[in-house]
Design a protein around this ligand. Structure first.
Ligand code: G4P
Length: 534
């Protein structure tokens, strides 16, 4: 309601657009749910069912995807909280971990990293963190599952700093652990939030205000716990990093919150502090310089294309991140890369569980556009006919590779058409070996499930059976070298040269350590982990 009377710059100021990154099972779904509960977007925990589906076996997943038609409902969730308009971008993380997960981070203004207190920083978190770091966006850490026995909090901070190479600043500090876990001490507000394990987060946590020397706090904690907390806080004050908002906003210092999403403990203080500290949408780099979100001209870019797995509805949905101006339903926009005018007739927005037609939207918001095949990842749309193009969305390194071919020679044309279209959606990357050509293609994916999705879709949408043979290669680098000559490039025993769909040379290799050898042997070449789309 309020949005009708607000100006464009007020709408921008109240937007917060972020992604939650974590390793599977750290508690991302649970935290998302609790944030939605606080925002009033859902009324009971357990409602974010579509995400739970990720935990099914692969075959079930296919079935679920098909029944669901198109799994966009959990891609973006919007809710209002305390005057803020919050957009949470989903980063699929179980079997459906894919390049989309990385690309989504290109549309977020900041990230929340969920870490399981018993496990510390895990592999998938590390990968997603790297992309956030590359973009220089602020990263907030929520150390989860504090209601259970976990690692020592100092050890967890060290883990974050050592493994990820980012400084940390604990915003609150846990008191006791496991069954002796009492609550957390808020270092900014000098107060203790007491843990009540029984309420399962249905009620607000009890709070004791006051600094450490207050009688009520001393009495509640008892001598031993009080002393331990006092010692730990002193150590943090002396040996820990200083609080520095600028460093937080530059992505060099992560504020760390301890809590337990399952019992709701620490979720609300986290949300409030997070919304206060995170920046609204910032000017976005483009070929014409940074574009301010308050600029009156509407613009945005496509960061994800989602296909419909239901063959009777072939349409796709292209996800657009709005970067500037106001979007209104039915507006005509200029599609920069195609150099033509299009009308955005039935754009959709995602409010908790539901898809609905969006009337207006603002910078920071994500809208879903019906895509009859006219959008590519990285395309820019803008109100005026201009040459504005937002900085490209990179191509991220696949981690699994397979040779793929169709045994039916008569279906080759369909096969190539299918592969090309699926590559345009961005779920697979296609490579060929210069000496073999298109007779036998190599497909690279970020998440292994994509191979099955590929076979399934080629069969059901294009009528082509394919054979796939998994390759032992796990790494890829794009070779940036003037006058690249395959014959002069020195490979290792476990590596091979191929070219991507833009004919850029790449090297695939099996062992992580081979990269040093490849670099040593080819000193003139830059071996890049990420490539630009054009
Ligand atoms: P994910 O999206 O990051 O993969 O994790 P998800 O939220 O699905 O949580 C993974 C498991 O961890 C779930 O248990 C969930 O209930 C549990 N969990 C999440 N947050 C907390 C927490 O703060 N404390 C404790 N003790 N557990 C937590 P599950 O048994 O796998 O699933 P379910 O049967 O509870 O749905």
């Amino acid at each position: 309601m309020a949005s009708k009377t607000l100006s464009l710059s007020e709408e921008v100021k109240r937007r917060r657009t972020f992604a939650i990154i974590s390793h599977p099972d750290a508690g991302k779904t649970t935290l998302t749910e609790k944030l939605l509960l606080y925002g009033g977007a859902i009324h009971s925990a357990g409602s974010v069912k579509s995400r739970r589906a990720e935990k099914y076996a692969v075959s079930d997943w296919m079935e679920i995807e098909r029944q669901r038609g198109i799994s966009v409902t959990s891609s973006v969730l919007q809710f209002n909280y305390g005057g803020y308009c919050v957009n949470i971008l989903d980063t699929p993380g179980h079997q459906d971990f894919s390049e989309d997960t990385y690309r989504t981070l290109m549309a977020a203004d900041c990230a929340v990293m969920v870490v399981d207190c018993a496990k510390g920083v895990e592999a998938q978190t590390k990968k997603l963190f790297k992309v956030c770091k590359m973009r220089g966006i602020p990263i907030f850490t929520f150390v989860n599952k504090l209601d259970r026995q976990g690692k020592d909090p100092f050890e967890l901070l060290e883990d974050i700093e050592q493994v990820l190479g980012i400084d940390s600043f604990p915003m609150n500090w846990p008191i006791g652990s496991g069954k002796d876990f009492t609550g957390v001490y808020d270092r900014q507000k000098s107060r203790i939030e007491l843990f009540d394990g029984g309420s399962h987060g249905q009620s607000k946590a009890n709070v004791l205000e006051g600094d450490l020397e207050d009688a009520a706090i001393k009495e509640r904690l008892g001598g031993l716990q009080h002393q331990q907390l006092a010692d730990e806080l002193e150590l943090l004050d002396h040996a820990g990093n200083a609080y520095d908002l600028e460093e937080i906003l530059n992505g060099n210092l992560t504020p760390v919150f301890f809590g337990s999403a399952l019992t709701n403990f620490g979720v609300q203080p986290f949300l409030e502090s997070f919304l206060e500290l995170t920046p609204p949408p910032a000017p976005r780099p483009s070929n014409l310089g940074p574009i301010a979100p308050e600029s009156e001209n509407f613009s945005g870019f496509i960061f994800k294309i989602q296909a419909n797995m239901n063959p009777t509805h072939r349409d796709r949905i292209a996800f657009l991140r709005i970067c500037s101006g106001k979007f209104t339903k039915g507006m005509s926009v200029h599609h920069v890369q195609e150099n033509r005018k299009i009308t955005l007739a039935q754009p959709q927005q995602f409010l908790a569980q539901d898809r609905m037609i969006v009337e207006t939207a603002y910078p920071g918001d994500i809208i879903g556009l019906h895509d009859p095949g006219i959008f590519r990842i990285g395309d820019t749309l803008c109100e005026d006919k201009s040459s504005l193009a937002y900085e490209g969305i990179p191509v991220f390194a696949p981690e699994h590779f397979a040779k793929i071919y169709t045994p039916n020679a008569l279906k080759r044309k369909q096969f190539l058409k299918g592969i090309t279209q699926l590559a345009q959606e961005g779920s697979i990357q296609v490579f060929k070996r210069p000496d073999i050509g298109v007779e036998e293609l190599i497909v690279g994916v970020v998440g292994i499930l994509q191979f099955e999705v590929l076979s399934y879709r080629l069969k059901h949408e294009y009528g082509v059976d394919v054979n796939q043979q998994l390759l032992p290669h796990r790494y890829i680098r794009w070779i940036k070298q003037e006058d690249f000559d395959k014959k002069k490039f020195s490979t290792t025993m476990d590596s091979m040269i191929a070219v991507d769909s833009l004919e850029h040379p790449v090297v695939l290799y099996q062992h992580e350590w081979s990269i040093n050898q490849l670099k040593d042997r080819n000193k003139d070449a830059v071996l890049a982990e990420i490539s630009l789309r054009n």
